[in-house]
Design a protein around this ligand. Structure first.
Ligand code: A3P
Length: 912
């Protein structure tokens, strides 16, 4: 019998068991020894069995090889279909325990410390007065940044010879005074020191001081003039707080911060005087130095010299000092500079179905999320995760992850939900509202199919696209499909610095600032956290994340699906930071739905409702999420800002004659003027504004400009122009202010303004504050723009004088060619245009006019260069006196800016 024959029964047995070949096929193939294709698998199998048989030793070896290969194949398959079924990591758990679990009542800082009677008053919104060593000192900047992050107003004063004004109309301007270097206070000249101390005593306002590091070590040195001693250059550890100290309000004495305090140059305080009470304590790192706790921050209760102070032996690099500093400011201002202790936190999961295979959630992850939500709700009333969804990616993971998606939907009612796009596409890539609507509709349909609520009124956009910079189509589609009333972004005004992030309202949609928590789609495993796990731990335990929640009354955080699978980093992060917050602060943490958050936000910060539009081309992130059809070349390079009736139309016309200059398209309502930066048009956004400017192939070589004469005196205009056109040049014209007022009055009459028709010019300029409202309004509009210096100074608060050109309107009228030549040089416009050939004096009109191709003159319309009787002498005198102080300042300003003083100004000043 051949070897093959010997094996027949074996084959038959196996095929029966495996059912792969019928015994008929086997017999047929064996018997016929056929080479037909149907017999090929049978032959392969047969050969394998032959290979496996043989001597006992070699057969064992071969069987081992087969088993190992099979294990490898199966593991490979499992790994491919669901890697986590084999490599399931153990997610980190938040194990932080606070040693002080007693409930604490935060101090009330409203009363005067130690019951001092207060007779004097602070302003309603006092500021912090911050004395720094230089304009750019590091510690001074850190203090200012902390104040900005907490939206506390302040004034920086570089310590020098004089003090700023401390009072205004007998009200105290400053609620607390801060010295970045307390030693500079100690060596202040007697006069200033007495003035400052007097203010502090009278207004019962206190001082914060930081003791600077010293190169030399001093031991037990007395602080000049105080019963207080210091010891410098200490290395410390195990910091604690004195729970009894009345300064503690936001800060809670929760624990001992075991371990080294940062730095080795701390100053410690010692004293026997009862005015001092320890605020913060620590022990020296050097063993056996002393067993006593050393005072590292101290409260002076004012019993010694009537002034309360909080002194720090180390600066804000130590995280706890940031909190203590805020408490000190609150305490020393008697609560006037106190922050609310309410903190709202909302965690978005954006979005719950978008994530790569292997990073998504399984059923266990969903259960863990639900369990975490329950635990978090015990710490933060109302806690609920806010889940964003793009239906297209539902069940796009491994099989066990798809079950996770299903589990989420089985628990729909346990979460809040908000609709996204359908396929996570960026809205700015859609040019039409309809296209956006249709993808949103698909997602809405998905929500309906799976019973997901669609009425949260909240949404966010992938990568912040379309929210800011605003893509109007997104706002339209959001309103139509989802009735969105609130959204959030990290991009307004910019991602960094985070402390400057703000909210705004556009087309009735509230845009809230969103905060970053350090978790991104790729932060899946704690050990792979960028920079190492310690980076995340630091952020949680007093670092960035912790401070974000402390400083922002409302924090909306963005997390991602991948932060809830695998290591469930988001659960770990938020549970940990909240426990740490509960331990070290007295904050009332809460969660409410987004709509309520929006209402609360703008109730707290009504000043933020109006946006300041920025230039998308000046922020790379913004440019990336701005429609490619929009270009910054479509924005003007210079503006003629007015004021009205100074010859702005003539200047506009002359500029438009230049072949390299293009003006805006006319507006149906305001004709040649766009009037964007003042009034209601600004709310229409920059897409609206840009439509007024041509975008031709060679537009970058064109100098686009617009002229709106009311920009000059608009309170908000310089700030807004700075936001959108920071490098634009500005052109203003000044003529005798009385002449301007009179021209304006006649302009209003010509436009049938009822008040101007009803009252004489004399009535208008002599109207008092008791006059009827329309008359008062007319008076203000007539006279205000002529206070030139005041308005120019406001522009100079935002723009350097090198960007501003001030034209004498009388020169423009009498010698326009010279003016236009100078202006071309100022605007750096090429090619140079020879106005001599293009402007000619028209005797009939009495003004210079445009020369047409037919060599005729084309003058401005009847509305420019009007005929009206001259002002009376009385009116002239009245106005000369009225503008005299403003003209004095104007003359000084022009001299400072190196402008020649116009003849009319010299004459006005001489005759008043
Ligand atoms: P009046 O009409 O009161 O004389 P604006 O264009 O800013 O509204 O200013 C109008 C004023 O520009 C006119 O005021 C007129 O005096 C002055 N102006 C200066 N140059 C002019 C010009 N070439 N043609 C017409 N008006 C001119």
């Amino acid at each position: 019998m051949s070897g093959r024959e010997k094996n027949y029964p074996l084959i038959g047995k196996d095929t029966e068991a495996g059912g792969e070949w019928s015994s008929d096929t086997a017999l047929l193939c064996a018997a016929a020894e056929t080479s037909s294709p149907s017999c090929r698998p049978w032959r392969l199998w047969q050969r394998t069995l032959l290979w496996l048989s043989g001597s006992r030793k070699s057969s064992l070896k071969r069987w081992t090889t087969v088993v190992v290969t099979l294990i490898l194949i199966i593991s490979g398959y499992l790994l491919l279909t669901s890697p986590r079924s084999i490599l399931q990591p153990v997610p980190p758990e938040s194990v932080f325990r606070c040693s002080n679990t007693k409930s604490t009542v935060p101090s009330e800082h409203k009363r005067s410390p130690e019951g001092v009677a207060v007779t004097t008053q602070l302003r309603i919104d006092p500021k912090v007065l911050l004395f720094t060593e230089t304009q750019h000192s590091r510690r001074g900047r850190a203090i200012a940044e902390l104040l900005v992050a907490n939206k506390i107003k302040y004034k920086i004063e570089v310590i020098g010879k004089s003090l700023p004004l401390l009072t205004n109309l007998s009200k105290g301007k400053y609620g607390a005074v801060v010295f970045e270097n307390f030693e500079r206070y100690l060596v202040m000249d007697t006069w200033n020191r007495e003035l400052l101390d007097k203010y502090l005593v009278e207004y019962n306002v206190g001082m914060v001081g930081f003791l600077p590091p010293h190169e030399e070590t001093v031991v037990g040195a007395k602080i000049k003039g105080f019963p207080l001693y210091v010891h410098t250059n200490m290395a410390l550890e195990n910091v604690t707080l004195n729970a009894e100290n009345p300064v503690l309000r936001l800060t809670r004495s929760g624990d001992t911060l075991w371990g080294e305090a940062p730095g080795t140059d701390w100053t410690i305080f010692s004293t026997n005087h009862s005015t001092y009470e320890a605020l913060e304590l620590a022990v020296p790192r050097v063993p056996h130095y002393t067993k006593e706790k050393l005072i590292t921050a101290v409260l002076d209760k004012g019993k010694y010299d009537g002034i309360c102070r909080v002194l720090f032996g180390y600066d804000l690099k130590f995280w706890l000092h940031n909190l203590l500093f805020l408490d000190a400011i609150s305490y020393l201002s008697r609560g006037k500079l106190s922050l609310s202790l309410d903190r709202y936190i909302l965690v978005d999961i954006d979005d719950i179905f978008v994530g790569h295979k292997g990073t998504r959630m399984t059923v266990e992850d969903v259960e863990a999320l639900l369990a975490a939500q329950k635990r978090l709700r015990d710490l933060v009333p109302g806690w609920r995760f806010n889940l964003g969804f793009s239906g297209k990616y539902f069940k796009s993971g491994y099989p066990d992850e798809n079950l996770g998606d299903e589990a989420l939907l089985q628990n729909v009612e346990h979460f809040w939900w908000f609709g996204h796009m359908w396929g996570h596409t960026q809205p700015h890539k859609f040019n039409s509202t309809e296209a956006l609507e249709s993808v949103m509709q698909m997602n809405k349909q998905f929500a309906k199919t799976y019973g997901i609520p669609t009425d949260s009124g909240y949404s966010v956009a992938p990568h912040h696209s379309g929210v800011y910079p605003v893509h109007e189509q997104l706002y339209d589609a959001w309103k139509k499909v989802w009735n969105i009333r609130v959204t959030s972004t990290e991009e307004y005004p910019h991602l960094r610095p985070a402390r400057l992030r703000r909210g705004f309202i556009h087309r009735k949609i509230m845009v809230l600032p969103r905060q970053t928590c350090g978790l991104y789609t790729h932060t899946v495993f704690i050990d792979k956290f960028p920079g190492g796990r310690q980076v995340l731990e630091k952020s949680i335990h007093g670092g960035e994340l912790f401070q974000t929640i402390v400083y922002n009354p409302i924090s909306i955080f963005m997390t991602h699906l991948s932060n809830y699978g695998n290591d469930r980093l988001a659960i770990y992060t938020f549970e940990s930071v909240i426990k740490f917050l509960k331990c070290w602060t007295n904050l009332n943490l809460m969660t409410v739905p987004p709509l309520q958050l929006g209402e609360k936000y703008f109730h707290m910060f009504p000043d933020e409702e109006e946006p300041i539009w920025g230039n998308p081309c000046l922020d790379r992130r913004h440019r990336d999420i701005w429609a490619t059809s929009k270009m910054c070349e479509q924005l003007p390079k210079f503006l003629v800002i007015g004021p009205q009736k100074t010859g702005t139309t003539a200047l506009y016309t002359f500029l438009s004659m230049h072949p390299a200059i293009s003006s805006n398209y006319p507006s149906p309502e305001t004709f040649e003027e766009v009037q964007f930066f003042n009034g209601r048009n600004y709310a229409k956004g920059i897409d609206w504004y840009m439509k007024f400017f041509p975008l031709s192939q060679n537009s970058s070589s064109k100098y686009l400009f617009e002229k709106s004469a009311t920009y000059f005196d608009g309170e908000l205009v310089p700030r807004r122009v700075k936001g959108l056109l920071p490098s634009s040049r500005l052109v203003t014209i000044i003529i005798p202010p009385s002449k301007r007022a009179y021209s304006w009055y006649h302009h209003m009459r010509a436009h049938n303004d009822i008040t101007a028709l009803n009252y004489s010019f004399n009535d208008v300029i002599t109207a008092t504050d008791k006059a009827p409202r329309p008359l008062r309004d007319l008076r203000n509009k007539c006279l205000n723009p002529g206070m030139y210096a005041k308005h120019i100074e406001r522009w100079l608060d935002y723009f350097p004088s090198t960007q501003l050109s001030i034209i004498d309107g009388e020169s423009l009228r009498n010698n326009p060619v010279d003016v236009m030549n100078r202006l071309q040089r100022f605007l750096k416009i090429r090619p140079f245009f020879n106005y001599t050939e293009h402007l000619r004096f028209d005797k009939k009109k009495g003004f210079f006019c445009q020369v047409t191709e037919e060599d005729k003159t084309k003058c401005l319309g009847r509305g420019k260069g009007r005929q009206y009787p001259p002002m009376t002498e009385v009116e002239e005198k009245l106005l000369r006196d009225y503008y005299q102080p403003h003209n004095v300042v104007l003359e000084k300003l022009l001299t400072r800016l190196n402008y020649p003083v116009p003849v009319w100004l010299l004459e006005d000043l001489a005759s008043s």
